[in-house]
Design a protein. Sequence first.
Length: 434
Amino acid sequence: MNDEQNIAVIGLDDFNLEMLRTVRDAERYNFSGLIDYEQIVNPDKYPIEDFIHSAQNDMDNVPGGLNAIVGHWDFPTTSLLPILRDQAGHNTPSLKAALTCENKYGTRLATSEVAPELTPPFALVDPNDDALLDDPPLDYPFWLKPVVAFSSTLGFRVDNREDLRHALKQIRQGIGKFAAPFDTFMQRALLGDQRALLQGNYCVAEGIISGSGCTVEGYVLNGEAYVYGVIDSLRAEGGSSFVGYTYPSNLPQTVLDHMTEKSKQLATHIGLDNTPFNIEFLWDEEHDDLKLLEVNARISKSHSPLFFLVEGASHHEVAIDVAMNKTPNFPNGGGPYKYAAKFMPRSYDTARVTRVPTEADVERLRERFPHAMFKSHVTEGMQLEDLPNQDSYSYELADLFLGADAYEELASDFREAMKILGFRFSRKVRTNYE
């Protein structure tokens, strides 16, 4: 009997294919791509109906049919999955639940209903309303973000009227890239009275929150929510940009238990089912105050190598099992390290890239750190301001994954690794590694 199973992956790329091949029973899985990586990640525009028709054609041509469809990218992948899984006759989260997670205002509404204590002040904002300058939606300071975006794109901290004027100008110029395709998905969804609240061309204003960042990774299967890991987020000192992630979490067990319970309540309240999820929090240690940042109806691809380095397999295993209506047995240990980190080397100044790591540099990196994984986001000669989908305050140069047997080793290993890799620029720039 042939027990091979066909797994389709939206936007499949070489790096994540390596991670997929670390899951248990990977030898039984035939992985294939749905919608090219370049089309789904950082395109100039998102032709949603073209994506759906192209994917359907590819699905129909898989010999023996598909056993599962998975994805790990941000918008629009998480909204495509319910549609494609429904067309394939697979268990799926509803499109409404996926869009609620995709829409930052929708998430805030859901959180305020089930866990108001986790919810900072927030307000729906029309970025084309000039009256905002004289009547801001919240007291200064606050964050202003498009309701649909990722990687902090077009997100601004607003401390005064001039900040608000600058933010609105930038948002008006760029919001359509995500708003138009999101509204295309809305036309396919059964949203009821939420339809007017989830329009893609709006923003959300949010009160400033602070603390230690962390992400809960879990899943909902047949109506039951589970949590299997918590990853800490690292921000630059005094800054807004993410600079890395570490696993397992170093937060107190009481905080982890609190986040776990609230995550399960929120996932089921939103209506998520038959999907992995991750939920981002901030914990203010001084006041023992927990606040929610966002909810995603997917695994975090950034965490996959961390699970591999510590547990011996990527949590793509969870996504595959849930997509095939199987209860995951994850994690169960077996990785080479006790701790792992993803580092995001950043420049806080613009410049031209004059040197990127060579193959020899990467080989030297792996000689020093045998399980290191590295991917550059820049090329020689590139201007940093040309990098797509960056936050408003820095430029992400690369992804670097390292493992260690002591938590304290990770930061020093990061600095050593960056010396080996040897990025250079046309001028002196401020970074998070020098």
